[in-house]
Design a protein around this ligand. Structure first.
Ligand code: ATP
Length: 291
């Protein structure tokens, strides 16, 4: 058994997000193109001799009990494959919380990958992703990383090549929006749906311009009506010269794509005058390397 490990847990963004219909089991059927960006938590895992699963973080707002998705990931692996061991999990949080960037899901995925290594469980990535689906719809994608179309409730993945290298400006307004409120405002019959096929083709052809034109999120309008800051940020990013901008997930983070760093820095500086949480990062888009 290895001593301890630090696993990088990158955020995801939605290049498209579509909601197709509500299923009989209560979940929504979605279709979304997701990719990873270089804004990442660091998840430190240290094996314990007792059965304890202990969570700590540098972010005081994060739950450290069993509601933390990282705790849940460790518990499942412990119960099924390693009943005699425990782990101390320290989450060095860099991804904004409740931001539409899958911060909790990526931490859970990092715990699955990291414990698979240090507890020597020898589970395949596919098996880890299946376990991840029990924790949350975005966890399977976060186990693999890379770029993919996610269907079902988010767990059915079709992998794509990485988009062309570019910069991502992430801007998170202070006030969040409840996902439940957004869903209650969606009219699935009348709304305009993203052209997922066009986004997929643009990624396959490494066509940055069409990727920017195809950025779309069916939840945007509903979120704009609940939090006008989200729309204002998107408008400003476009005014400052973003090649494309859209809200990620159920928000409230809005991101812009820029082909060059100087344009990305300009967008960031434009926003920094009136908001605190702005990050300029690179798009990653390739699957995680094995640990
Ligand atoms: P998604 O994009 O998957 O909808 P999100 O980025 O909007 O997720 P998270 O940062 O994952 O949101 O946080 C959502 C909720 O999950 C918060 O209420 C938070 O307290 C809880 N949570 C549980 N575990 C974690 C974790 N490890 N990191 C962040 N949030 C967590």
């Amino acid at each position: 058994m290895l001593d301890s490990i630090i696993v990088k847990a990158p955020a995801k963004i939605n290049l498209t997000l579509d909601v197709l219909h509500k299923r009989n089991d209560g979940y929504h059927e979605v279709e979304m193109v997701m990719t990873t960006v270089d804004l990442a938590d660091r998840v430190h895992l240290q094996p314990l001799n007792s059965r304890k699963i202990q969570v700590e973080s540098n972010n005081g707002f994060l739950p450290t009990d069993k509601s933390n998705l990282a705790w849940q990931a460790a518990r499942i692996l412990q119960e099924r494959y390693a009943p005699k061991t425990g782990v101390k999990i320290y989450i060095d949080k860099k991804i904004p919380v409740s931001a539409g960037l899958a911060g909790g899901s990526t931490d859970a995925a990092a715990v699955l990958r990291g414990l698979n290594k240090i507890w020597n469980l020898q589970l395949s990535t596919e098996a880890l992703a299946e376990i991840g689906a029990e924790i949350g719809s975005d966890v399977p994608f976060c186990v693999h990383g890379g770029t993919a179309v996610a269907r079902g409730r988010g767990e059915k993945l079709t992998f794509l090549p990485a988009p062309p290298p570019c910069w991502v400006v992430l801007a998170k307004p202070a006030q969040g929006v409840s996902t439940k409120d957004i869903y209650s405002r969606l009219n699935l019959e009348t709304m305009k749906h993203p052209d997922t096929g066009r986004m997929v083709r643009a990624i396959e052809e490494k066509d940055f311009h069409t990727i920017c034109l195809s950025l779309e999120n069916v939840m945007e309008e509903a979120t704009f009506s609940l939090n006008s800051d989200v729309k204002m940020i998107k408008d400003r990013l476009q005014q400052y010269g973003a090649e494309g901008a859209v809200m990620s997930g159920s928000g409230p983070t809005v991101f812009a794509l820029a082909s060059g760093q100087s344009r990305a820095d300009r967008l960031c500086n434009g926003l920094k005058g009136f908001m605190e949480e702005v990050h300029v990062v690179r798009m990653i888009g390739t699957p995680h390397k094995p640990l």
